[in-house]
Design a protein around this ligand. Structure first.
Ligand SMILES: NC(=O)C1=CN([C@@H]2O[C@H](COP(=O)(O)OP(=O)(O)OC[C@H]3O[C@@H](n4cnc5c(N)ncnc54)[C@H](OP(=O)(O)O)[C@@H]3O)[C@@H](O)[C@H]2O)C=CC1
Ligand SMILES: CCCCCCCCCCCCCCCC(=O)OCC(=O)COP(=O)(O)O
Length: 339
């Protein structure tokens, strides 16, 4: 019986600190006082948070300013935009690409950029093809000779693919793996010893949402990005007791030449800008996200909208449902192609 009464009391009235039921003005006064007390508490928290953000921004700025930053695939798309934001933030850039003239165009574009208050540095260029492991090794030597220690390596270069597994030549699978996986692995391995010797460094890799989920007709690309995610997750763990940071960035669609430059099942160029690519995020935005992630030494960042983000979780939480959605997607795409 007593139990029933105290329960009613808890629901309809106030309990004092000793658990007894109270009536009258006192509880009203208490709630009035606590609601006023919350204001300085809230203001204090906002102040502490703002101070924390300011310190974080200053720390990020100091980390990037004057840092030696190597960017692969700097001739176009996300790589070129990363070059711009790191250049403006005062980094000493080493721009890597396959084509000297395209790299020179990027350097000219950087020179034309309006100079802010931050001191900028003249960028270096290093030309090599990521699919050639020997070339990667000599490029790493050239980089160290040019700038000494590398602070931040941004493994950005990559190529995509469209095709069915049934029709795709293994040489195409290999080519994608060479550029997207073995290239960054080789460059990272070549530069890591000097980072360790120097006592600090930061390895960044541009993976993809497709490093976390596989979608139909992207087998070679998704596989190369899954391998990339796995390798750099291992590297992060192995470097945990050093001052080497590892950041994996996994973007969704970006408005670049990726789909235009993608290869098909026989290795020929796809040559089309897909609707998803054209409607993707701007490379400028994504480059800003990369800059912030590096400054804040984030371990990984998924740069994607609600649906791809849900898809990533769905793959783990409800794989059967995810597989069914992917099967329906494959069926629909095949039908569209054959129509
Ligand atoms: N665009 C998108 O929707 C998304 C892109 N990404 C990733 O972003 C990264 C950048 O791609 P993005 O800017 O979009 O595409 P782009 O095609 O615009 O840029 C790709 C860059 O990679 C370089 N590259 C290609 N092959 C080689 C090679 N064999 N050796 C050296 N460099 C090479 C290209 O150089 P060259 O000028 O010589 O061809 C170019 O600079 C890639 O890793 C991609 O997978 C991730 C998610 C989404
Ligand atoms: C409870 C609701 C769950 C909703 C889940 C539905 C699943 C829908 C599938 C979403 C697939 C998203 C794929 C995103 C792919 C992507 O962003 O890739 C980025 C790239 O790397 C692009 O390269 P590409 O060559 O493919 O253009």
């Amino acid at each position: 019986m007593q139990h029933t009464v105290s329960l009613e009391c808890a629901v309809t009235e106030n309990l004092n600190p000793f658990g007894r039921c109270e009536r009258g003005l006192l509880p009203l006064k208490m709630s009035f006082l606590t609601s006023w007390a919350i204001i300085p508490l809230l203001l204090g928290s906002v102040g502490v948070y703002s101070l924390y953000r300011l310190l974080q921004r200053l720390r990020s700025r100091a980390y990037i300013q004057d840092a030696v930053v190597v960017i692969t695939g700097a001739t176009s798309g996300l790589g070129k935009e990363c070059a711009k934001v790191f250049y403006a933030a005062g980094s000493q850039l080493v721009l890597c690409g396959r084509n000297e003239e395209s790299l020179e165009d990027v350097v000219r574009e950087l020179n034309r950029m309006r100079k802010g208050s931050v001191k900028t540095h003249k960028p270096h260029k290093v030309i090599f093809d990521l699919s050639d492991v020997e070339a990667v090794s000599s490029a790493a030597k050239e980089i160290v000779k040019l700038v000494g220690n590398v602070d931040i390596l941004i493994n950005n270069a990559g190529i995509s693919y469209r095709g069915t597994i049934l029709n795709t030549k293994v040489s195409v699978d290999r080519m994608i793996m060479d550029i997207n996986y073995f290239g960054p692995v080789a460059l990272t391995k070549a530069l890591l010893p000097s980072m360790i010797k120097n006592g600090r460094g930061h390895i960044v890799v541009i993976s993809s949402v497709q490093g976390k989920i596989s979608i139909p007709f992207r087998s070679a690309y998704a596989a190369s990005k899954h391998a990339t995610q796995a390798f750099f997750d291992c590297l992060r763990a192995e470097m945990a007791d050093t001052d080497i940071n590892v950041t994996v960035i996994s973007p969704g669609y970006i408005q670049t030449n990726l789909s235009m430059n993608a290869v098909t099942d026989d290795g020929s160029k796809y040559g089309v800008t897909d609707k998803n690519t054209a409607e993707g995020r701007s490379p400028e935005d994504v480059a800003q996200i990369v800059l912030r992630a590096v400054g804040e030494r984030k371990k990984e960042v998924l740069v994607a909208g609600v649906v791809p983000t849900l898809a990533v979780y769905l793959r783990t939480i409800a794989p059967k449902l995810f597989f069914a959605i992917m099967a329906a997607r494959a069926k629909k795409e095949r039908k569209l192609k054959n129509a």
